[in-house]
Design a binder for this molecule. Sequence first.
Ligand SMILES: [Zn+2]
Length: 403
Amino acid sequence: MTSGPASAVRSPAADAAAASVDADEVVRFARALIAAPSENPGGTEDEAAAVAADILSSLDIAPEIVRGEEDRPSVMARLGGAARPSLAWNGHLDTVPAGSPDTWSQPPFAGEVVDGKLIGRGACDMKGGIAAALASAAAIRRAGVELGGSLWLHLVADEELAGIHGTKVLWERGMLDQDAAIVGEPSELQLGLAERGGAWITATAFGAAAHGSHPERGVNAITSMARLLLRLEEALPDLRHPLIGGPTVNAALIEGGSAPNVVPDRCAIQIDRRTIPGETDPAQVIAPFERLAEEIGREHPEVRITFELHEWCDAAEGRPGDPIVRLAREAVAAEADGGPPAAVGFSGITDARYYLNEARIPTVILGPGSLTVAHTADEWVEVDELVRAARAYARVFVAFLGA
Ligand SMILES: [Zn+2]
């Protein structure tokens, strides 16, 4: 996209939009969203979607609810007249469960502000970010800025469980066709340009059952699995990504055996193997585990273990030179006291992969709040950072789409 000269994020229109961000409004939006629980798993996004839709309607922006097969709601809305250029801003309406309220210092759905921090489930991940985006849209309206293209808000369901019933539905329906995208996951207003992927692998050890009083007559599948478990990290390739680091492996679940007096003939584990950009072939991820099992088998011939991929999620990577990334960098720099934001990697998996990998749209992850407090009790985000995010978004929206 034509993004204009380097000063596009500091144009009079961008300045006016940023200056029109109302701090009280950002907090009000965030509190309303937090007060509408949308725990995933365990709930639906209906209440939170209704709050977002009401806010949009109050801004004269018509919301559209998109539901996938499971009836989970994502809210789509468009601000601006011309079709192009177009920019998507994505945020998820669902949160992880709040857990026991006893572990919180404030009620998890109250959205209390204590010492400049907004506390609540979703404050940081990522109802705060959604509030910032909505407040920036409100500011653009209030400033009387007419966008030269279209800003699409994709407020989606189900990100926490892989986005199958949220962003993926939008992708399947051809709705991810913008010229660029911002995914507002908490990045501390740094530029998220890479995220890890995942391979979920079932490893099964096969033994031979026997009476528990005669283990020598059987083959203990749990013992075979134990020999593998302690060496799992040897199956990691020697790879490093500059923003993400190396791949990881975690034995996440285990089951085996049938009775206390029987030699177990089967033991299975779920391996959570996180990948880095460039690891695109499941077979190459699984092969080192198979080689490791073979190696163990040379010393312990009774060991027989198979590996099966049951889920795969590609890692994703943005490009630092894309106009949307450059404008995001300049917009954050315009709102921060420090220097320009750094490029960072995400250790988790986000919906950015649908934009980057499926729709092939230039994308940056940029949002308020820190991943280190996401999913925790007393999840919080600084009110100041929410306001800075809203102002930075307003600058990017106006700069990318023109005024
Ligand atoms: Zn999130």
